[in-house]
Design a protein around this ligand. Structure first.
Ligand code: PFF
Length: 468
């Protein structure tokens, strides 16, 4: 390991905004509303709240603690305590690439749609579905946008923690809130908007079943950036005097509130115009522009603001994913930051091109029946993140000494925190809960072969990570 002065966040606010920036992303604005829409609306939201607060918040505290305790990113954090556990960190490093194998594709779409909003996209509401299909299957246009999206990432992450990631989040996160509120104001004042509120807030508990639970768990991990060493890495730049439990609470609350806010922005408008809410991943790129197209002269402006917000949210998340990959090369291989960022992003660019093409010209090329885009999406969400979360929970409570964790999480006993409750939750309850939900998920999955492939990759990573 190479000993160098470690970079750190310059302020508590900077750290919280960066961690919240990582958490708040496409997962909140693009994914949450349609996953909620497809899983019973408000019933899903109640379950999601519970899981985010009990499982998500607890794992986030565990990740921040492990990162700050070891002062190392994903791989090093595990390896420095137990060589045998290197694989758990390595899995996180792999997951960063897998998520960045499709995330920049959607990030590129947000940029393209921001641009298209003011160049005639909304002229004809009837053709929006076809226009989206045509755009994402084209072999060139989406690749231009994803390259541009990745370029923003490279510039920010290459500038480092305080001057790059922290500064970008300090500007971008408040902008995101303002943008969402501006669109929200328009959405809530539409006649008929209350149908959307009812859809979001009137729970029907009969809709809660195993699938809803699994969807909520996967969504919570993805949305809170957990289970892949991202929050371990961000925690490793955290100063000793910061309050970990309070920071984790604020980040979890912000992430959950913005997901709800996104739902509050989208559904009232969707209901006001009588559009079907449960329309899957196209919700944001097809249905939302359809709604804006009906807004008249201000439609393009609101559409531009909306896709800019989505772009900002995506960017503050993808920089954290790029950071996880780059930090491995910096911490473990002693590379300089520029080289680490360029090499990581070049691999991500290549994978994203494959993903993008898999929706069009490469659609005939599938692995176990799914194209690259869906493969990366499925593997990360349904397998790697939940397995990663399980491993962190086990590692922090069964492998690391209890006293060390206690000292780290409470700043040597000075921070008020229900330690015993949290510790027992993470040690006993959460692993069992994740285990049950993941196994039922794999059994009832639509693509069981992909799940098995994921598990195989986990095993291979465990075998080969000894060489790292
Ligand atoms: N939390 C991000 C989102 O909701 O879009 C996605 C993400 C970022 C997942 C970072 C995992 C991660 F480590």
């Amino acid at each position: 390991m190479i000993e160098k002065a470690r970079e750190s966040w310059t302020s508590r606010l900077g750290f919280i905004l960066a961690a919240a920036g990582s958490a708040v992303g496409l997962g909140n604005i693009w994914r949450f509303p349609y996953v909620a829409g497809m899983n019973g609306g408000s019933a899903f939201i109640v379950v999601y709240f519970f899981i985010a607060l009990v499982v998500g918040l607890s794992i986030m505290v565990a990740e921040f603690t492990l990162g700050r305790y070891t002062k190392l990113s994903a791989v090093g954090a595990f390896k420095s305590i137990s060589k045998r556990w290197t694989f758990a960190g390595f899995l996180g490093f792999l997951t960063a690439f897998i998520i960045m194998g499709f995330y920049p594709v959607v990030g590129g779409w947000t940029l393209a749609y921001a641009f298209k909003s003011v160049t005639g996209l909304l002229r004809n509401a009837e053709t929006l579905r076809d226009a989206f299909g045509k755009f994402i299957t084209s072999p060139v246009e989406p690749i231009f946008w994803l390259a541009l999206f990745l370029a923003f990432n490279v510039i920010i992450v290459a500038r480092g923690i305080s001057k790059g990631i922290e500064l970008a989040n300090k500007i971008l996160m408040p902008s995101l809130l303002l943008l969402l509120l501006a669109i929200g104001l328009r959405s809530w004042t539409l006649p008929g908007a209350s149908g959307g509120l009812e859809f979001l807030f009137k729970p029907d508990f009969s809709k809660i079943n195993g699938n809803v639970l699994l969807a909520a768990l996967g969504q919570a991990f993805f949305s809170l950036s957990l289970g892949m060493g991202c929050m371990i890495t961000y925690g490793s730049y955290l100063k000793k005097e910061e309050n970990i439990p309070a920071s984790a609470f604020v980040v979890t609350a912000m992430d959950t509130l913005i997901a709800i806010l996104a739902g509050l922005v989208i559904f009232p408008a969707v209901f006001a115009f009588g559009v079907e809410p449960a329309t899957g991943p196209g919700l944001v790129f097809i249905v939302v522009p359809q709604v804006f197209a009906k807004l008249g002269v201000f439609g393009p402006l609101f559409s531009l603001l909306f896709f800019l917000a989505l772009f900002v949210a995506a960017l503050t998340s993808s920089i954290s994913l790029l950071e996880v990959a780059a930090a491995y090369f910096i911490d473990q291989k002693g590379w300089n930051r520029k080289k680490a960022v360029l090499v990581s992003s070049a691999i991500m660019f290549f994978m994203s091109i494959l993903s993008s093409l898999s929706l069009g010209v490469l659609s005939g090329f599938t692995i176990l029946g799914v194209g690259f885009f869906d493969l990366f999406d499925l593997l990360s969400d349904k397998v790697f993140l939940t397995v990663g979360g399980l491993l962190v929970a086990i590692f922090v409570t069964w492998v690391v000494k209890k006293e060390n964790i206690h000292m780290e999480v409470t700043n040597n006993g000075t921070v008020k925190f229900p330690f015993a409750l949290w510790y027992n939750l993470v040690k006993y309850v959460i692993p069992v809960l994740i285990g049950i939900i993941t196994v039922t998920g794999i059994i009832s999955a639509h693509q069981p072969a992909v799940m098995v492939l994921g598990i195989l990759i986990v095993i291979l990573a465990a075998i080969f990570s000894h060489k790292l």
